[in-house]
Write a new protein. Sequence first.
Length: 293
Amino acid sequence: MKPAIRKLGTIDCDLVETTPIVFRDRLFRFEYVRAGYSGNRTGESYFRFVDHASGDASAPFARGYHLGNAFVEDDRLYVTGTNVWDGDRVDLFVSGDMESWESRSALNLPGYGIFNTSLCRAEDRYVLMFEVGRPADVAGVPFTARFAVSADLEAWELTPPECTYSKDRYTAPHCLRYLEGYYYNFYLEAHPGPRYDQRVVRSRDLASWEPSPLNPVLEASEEDRRVAHPRLTDEERARIATAANLNNSDIDLCEYAGRVIINYSWGNQQGIEHLAEAGFEGTLREFLLGWFP
């Protein structure tokens, strides 16, 4: 039996790429706020953190950046993002307080088209998974996972070209985790229709991948339409009730208070998207291992 994920419902509209994280014993949601988001009056994209309990948001940072992802270690926040949508650069933002940020370059890959990123610790190194749509010899059929590694979160090195998943079809990567010798890649797979679902594969070497026999992890369902945030307006609630739902995508997760907190997106995969939350009653270790009985 696959790990039992309970969908809680929609918490916002037009937010897609988010990361639940625990910082100083509090649960936060990192958000990539797009320029067209209803609450964004700055005219440009930016990143922020939202306190899960209070709803309070941090000051915006990384203005003009896209497709961010957050990682926490030793009371330090690390956020990766691309300077241009479909760009060739990934920068890293670092802070100890969500207020003062320093930035540095992580990847500069001329000719690449980079989208989502995900960062994790794997024993004595850090691994950055990044989504590529080009060049064709690297991406194959867009979209595809590539990887870079670092010993110190400063100097990054690309892994060998065989470290990828998967050049033969649409497998857009979203979330990378590491546990007991395995890397777990949660990715979006496209199917005829079209429809899209969230799946997981694992690997010891980032080159040979084993799919879960229990896939998919998440797929579109009526549970996505549940209203799970009291601040959603009547207009937003009407939209949630009637919007096309072809996908569950952009999964990210963390462990907090003995359960796994899951964020994901649903919608038409063409720009009409909604942010939803789900949960798993158990540890992150139990969740990851549960997909590979």
